[in-house]
Structure formats: structure tokens, C-alpha cells
Design a protein around this ligand. Structure first.
Ligand SMILES: *[C@@H]1O[C@H](CO)[C@@H](O)[C@H](O)[C@H]1NC(C)=O
Ligand SMILES: *[C@@H]1O[C@H](CO)[C@@H](O)[C@H](O)[C@H]1NC(C)=O
Ligand SMILES: *[C@@H]1O[C@H](CO)[C@@H](O)[C@H](O)[C@H]1NC(C)=O
Ligand SMILES: *[C@@H]1O[C@H](CO)[C@@H](O)[C@H](O)[C@H]1NC(C)=O
Ligand SMILES: *[C@@H]1O[C@H](CO)[C@@H](O)[C@H](O)[C@H]1NC(C)=O
Ligand SMILES: *[C@@H]1O[C@H](CO)[C@@H](O)[C@H](O)[C@H]1NC(C)=O
Length: 499
């Protein structure tokens, strides 16, 4: 469910990276990316302290977009001292599938960083264009924590866009220092780490601080926090918790996006206030929202403030309109949503309180009920689901589709044919529901989003389809007319209800 909560943001991220990638022609000269397969993978990896492996499939569009960038990064990094090796494995090849399984490859492309001859494996979480890949990997292949010997070193590391953790120590040895470095190794892909002997090098530093102490710098809230427990677990908890803003800002500034991802990945319920932040009138809204966030700190709700300008995808996802801002939506991890449009600053506290007390009815996104519904395949929307499907007493074959999905378009004439076949049978309804525009609740349906395999199950003994549609449905890996399962790579899902 957490995945579907953030689905709209994931979509934004995919669209952004695609547009950011420039199509660069490779000249077909020397390839810098190392090709590996099952026969030589272990051997090659064991020779490297640090190597990056891309698992790809030749048919995958995102992989094709990445390829020229990855190659360019490999060529730049081959000149780095020491060189950083980038490799790739065609995970679509039957012989390499075991390897892909071993590395838990669930989508393409998947990039892993392998350290110490492959003993330590870490997810690649960096950018996907050449310069970004180079920067990210330079950092990843260097020491986990950088020594800060001067104020200049500190300024270079600590900017006002990201989380930076700095350990101040009287000497770079001993148990505390070792714990700190272990933490830095563990969290290096999520945060920047530094260490110093002299706190006065640090921004807002005081020479009176002699350490050992860990200071976390953040571009929001109290700007820095100190911590003195050097137990690795306690340190990790401290870093994870201190790096979540009281109110996460979502706007067009990409440096905020790591915090937005953190927000959506957290196990908390999610309060999201959308407003036009360029509007001067929103100041009191913002400050009241902060007050409420402060009040509910540690009570299982995260708070996000979204700028209208950046939130189109979110609005589409939630099925709400710009005219409804300022708008607050709280989403539980079970997917239930609670919504209040045209919010006033003074409404925020009472809305969140009512939500907490279970007094707000959930909001269900629905397309309007169609005025006419005369086509053979009937249109179901969230508001008519109960009456048309569950309470109809009919056997219903319901297609969940996405308007943009090619497989759904291909299925349309087949479904039409089936519907025409059953038109005179009052006990059967063939229907469709736009799963992008309507909420389908409560796990009644196992409809999965884009890029997941979904299935069509037709399970009615003794149905008589015309031979043509039987063949067409069977040809897609069917199992026989009485129980046809069609698997699709994209967003098609049909479900059959025996009424
Ligand atoms: C590719 O080759 C063409 C001519 O063969 C040359 O003009 C061009 O500079 C080359 N580009 C790169 C990136 O090497
Ligand atoms: C690994 O084996 C594949 C297939 O034989 C080959 O194309 C590739 O160049 C080999 N890679 C290395 C590093 O030996
Ligand atoms: C947000 O407010 C600003 C200032 O009032 C206005 O210029 C802008 O058009 C608004 N943006 C949207 C998307 O309504
Ligand atoms: C499909 O129908 C068969 C036979 O009636 C039944 O045993 C099976 O459980 C059904 N499967 C589903 C998924 O409903
Ligand atoms: C469908 O095909 C079967 C043989 O596969 C044939 O006996 C039957 O007459 C056909 N039905 C129609 C309606 O064409
Ligand atoms: C129908 O599909 C269900 C679920 O996939 C399966 O368990 C059942 O065995 C199938 N029945 C037939 C007759 O193939």
C-alpha cells in the first residue's frame, strides 16, 4: 500500500528522468562498460574493491535511455584515480536469470554497487544522467566520511540543501570513532558524512565543543542537532529521525525531492496540504500548519506542504481540482483518504483532530456517474461500483484499465465482442472501470499499478464465447475457455464476480 500512496510521486520522478536524458549517439568505438554474464561475473567482481553493475533487459525503454549516459559515465570514470568500473548484465538472458535472482532484481534497470570483491552489496540510488552518475560514484567510491581539516573543507561539504552529519572527535581512533565510521559506511548512500578534530571549522561551530559529538546539519527546522550516544543503532535512529523535516516541502526544487521520497516511504499516515505558495495569503496557513505538525510530532502523522505549481500529478492521482486549494488530504497506510477542500488556516487543527478521532468520513475518488451507459461494455465508476457490481446479483466481468495503456486498447474489441455475446443475458454484466480515475477500496480487488503483471481471470464454467473471441482470449496464454487467464505486462485487470 505504501507504494500506491506514493505512486503519483514515482510517476513524476520517471517523467523527469526521461526528459532529462539526452539521446547521445555512441560512435561504436571502445566500450567502457564491462559486459558480464553468469560465466565470468563472480570472477570479475571478486577482482574489484568497488564495481557498479547494471542489470538490464534489451527491451526495456528506461534501460535504453540509460545506456548512453552509463557508457559516458564509464568513460569519464575510467580516468578517475583509481578507476571506477561500470559493468552490465543482460538479465533477460535465461542463463543470467539466476544471477538476477541472487541480486534481487525486480525491475529494469537495477543498479547495484558491489564492494570488497562483491562481499557488500548496496542499491545504487543516484541519478541516471552521466554527470550525476559520475559525481555520485566518485563520492561512493571514496571514503564514507571525509576529514574536515579547515573551514573551507566544511563549507564544501555542508551546504543548505542536504543533510550532512559531522563527527567531532578528540582523536580519530577508539570505539566512538569506529562506531561513527561504521554508521557512515552503512548510511553513505543516503547522507553525507564528515569528521573533524576541531569544531570551530564547522558553520555555527563553537571551539568549546571538543567531542566526541555528532552534529547533524539540516536545511530546515533547527538547522543542526547534536547527539552524544555512540551506539551504532542509536546513532542510526538519531540520523533517520532528525533528518525528517517537521513539514516536508514539495515544490519544483529538486533538492527537496529526497525529503519528499522519505516522507512517502515513512510508515506514518500522511497529511498533505496543497496551496499556491506564491500567494502571499498563504503565510498564516503555513504557520498554522506548522503549529499542528508540532502538536502531532511523534504521533504517527507526517506533514507535507505541496506547492500548487508542482502538484499536478498529485491532483490527478487524488482526483481533485486546483479550484479546491487550499486543500488538505490525509492518507492512511491502508489507502483511505480524508479530504477537506478550500481550507482556512483556522480549520487545520480541527480537521486533523477530527481525523484522529475518526470523525471524518473517507473520501473516495470517482468519475461522475455517466448520464448514458448504452454501449455493450458498461461503464462503472467508484460511486456506482457497489450497486452495479456487488449488489447487482449478476455475474460481472469487470475490466480495470488505464486510458494510456496499450494492452487495454488491444483488449477493447475483444471485450466488446464478449459483451455483445452476453447482451441478452440479464444475469451477466460486462463492464469496465478506469482505475486511474476511480478509487477501488479495501483490497476487494488485487489491481496492481503500472509495470506489474496483472491478470484477467474468466472463470465461469460453461460460458460460450464465439469461437473467434475464444481463440483470441486463449491465444494470450489462456488455459481453456472455462477458466481463462490472460496475463499482461501493463495495466489491465479483469475480475469476474459470480453474483
Ligand atoms: C563520432 O564520429 C564522428 C565521425 O566519425 C566525429 O565527427 C565525432 O566527433 C565523433 N563523436 C564522438 C563523441 O567521438
Ligand atoms: C564475460 O562473458 C561474456 C560472454 O561470453 C563476454 O561477452 C564478456 O566479454 C565477458 N566479460 C569479461 C569481463 O570477461
Ligand atoms: C499562484 O499565485 C500567484 C500570485 O497570486 C499567481 O500569479 C499564480 O498564477 C498562481 N498560480 C496558480 C497555478 O494559480
Ligand atoms: C474457477 O472455477 C473452478 C471450477 O468451478 C473453481 O474450482 C476455481 O476455484 C475457480 N477459480 C477462481 C479463481 O475463482
Ligand atoms: C466452434 O468450433 C467448433 C470446433 O472447434 C465447431 O464444432 C463449432 O461449430 C464452432 N462454433 C461456431 C459458432 O462457429
Ligand atoms: C482456474 O484458475 C484458478 C486460479 O488461477 C485455478 O486455481 C484453477 O485450477 C483453474 N481452473 C481450471 C479448470 O483451470
Amino acid at each position: 500500500m505504501a507504494r500506491s500512496v506514493s505512486a503519483w510521486f514515482a510517476l513524476v520522478a520517471i517523467v523527469c528522468s526521461v526528459t532529462a536524458i539526452s539521446a547521445e549517439e555512441s560512435n561504436g568505438s571502445k566500450e567502457f562498460v564491462l559486459t558480464l554474464d553468469h560465466s565470468n561475473f563472480t570472477d570479475s567482481v571478486s577482482k574489484h574493491k568497488f564495481i557498479v553493475v547494471e542489470f538490464y533487459a534489451p527491451w526495456c525503454g528506461h534501460c535504453k535511455n540509460l545506456a548512453p549516459e552509463y557508457e559516458k559515465a564509464a568513460s569519464i570514470l575510467s580516468k578517475h584515480d583509481p578507476p571506477v568500473i561500470l559493468a552490465k548484465v543482460d538479465a533477460n538472458k535465461e542463463a543470467n536469470k539466476g544471477l538476477a535472482n541472487e541480486y534481487d532484481v525486480r525491475g529494469f534497470p537495477t543498479l547495484k554497487i558491489l564492494r570488497n570483491g562483491g562481499k557488500d552489496v548496496q542499491e545504487y540510488k543516484g541519478p541516471r544522467e552521466a554527470d550525476g552518475i559520475v559525481e555520485y560514484l566518485k563520492r561512493e567510491s571514496g571514503p564514507a566520511s571525509a576529514e574536515l581539516k579547515s573551514a573551507e573543507d566544511a563549507i564544501k561539504l555542508i551546504d543548505d540543501k542536504k543533510i550532512v552529519v559531522v563527527g567531532v572527535f578528540p582523536k580519530f581512533s577508539g570505539k566512538d570513532f569506529e562506531s561513527y565510521i561504521a554508521l557512515a559506511e552503512k548510511l553513505r548512500s543516503d547522507y553525507e558524512f564528515g569528521h573533524t578534530l576541531d569544531a570551530k571549522h564547522l558553520p555555527r561551530g563553537e571551539s568549546s565543543v571538543t567531542g566526541p559529538v555528532v552534529r547533524l546539519f539540516k536545511p530546515f527546522d533547527e538547522l543542526f542537532v547534536d547527539f552524544k550516544d555512540f551506539n551504532v543503532e542509536a546513532l542510526e535512529k538519531f540520523v533517520e529521525e532528525s533528518s525528517i523535516p517537521l513539514v516536508t516541502l514539495f515544490n519544483k526544487d529538486p533538492s527537496n525531492h529526497p525529503f519528499v521520497i522519505k516522507f512517502y516511504n515513512s510508515p506514518n499516515a500522511k497529511a498533505m496540504l496543497f496551496a499556491n505558495l506564491s500567494n502571499e495569503g498563504t503565510d498564516s496557513l503555513k504557520s498554522k500548519y506548522r503549529e499542528v505538525a508540532e502538536q502531532y510530532k511523534g504521533q504517527g502523522i507526517g506533514f507535507l506542504l505541496g506547492d500548487l505549481e508542482a502538484s499536478q500529478a498529485a491532483f490527478q492521482y487524488f482526483g481533485v481540482q486546483e479550484s479546491q486549494v487550499p486543500l488538505i488530504i490525509i492518507q492512511n497506510n491502508d489507502g483511505k483518504k480524508y479530504l477537506k477542500p478550500n481550507l482556512k488556516a483556522d480549520d487545520i487543527a480541527s480537521f486533523v483532530k477530527d481525523y484522529k478521532e475518526g470523525k471524518v468520513p473517507p473520501y473516495v475518488k470517482s468519475e461522475p456517474v455517466p448520464e448514458e451507459n448504452n454501449e455493450p461494455v458498461k461503464v462503472v465508476v467508484a460511486d456506482t461500483l457497489e450497486d452495479m457490481v456487488f449488489k447487482s446479483g449478476k455475474n460481472v466481468l469487470l475490466e480495470f484499465y488505464a486510458p494510456w495503456c496499450g494492452h487495454c486498447k488491444k483488449l477493447a474489441p475483444i471485450l466488446d465482442e464478449v459483451a455483445v455475446h452476453y447482451e441478452k443475458d440479464a444475469s451477466v454484466l460486462i463492464a469496465k472501470l478506469d482505475a486511474t480515475a476511480n478509487d477501488i477500496s479495501d483490497g476487494k480487488f488485487d489491481v496492481r499499478g503500472p509495470r506489474k503483471t496483472s491478470s484477467i481471470s474468466w472463470n465461469r464454467t460453461g460460458t460460450k464465447l464465439s469461437n473467434k473471441s475464444q481463440r483470441r482470449m486463449s491465444s494470450e496464454k489462456g488455459r481453456g475457455p472455462e477458466n481463462i487467464t490472460i496475463r499482461h505486462r501493463w495495466y489491465v485487470h479483469l475480475q469476474f464476480y459470480i453474483g
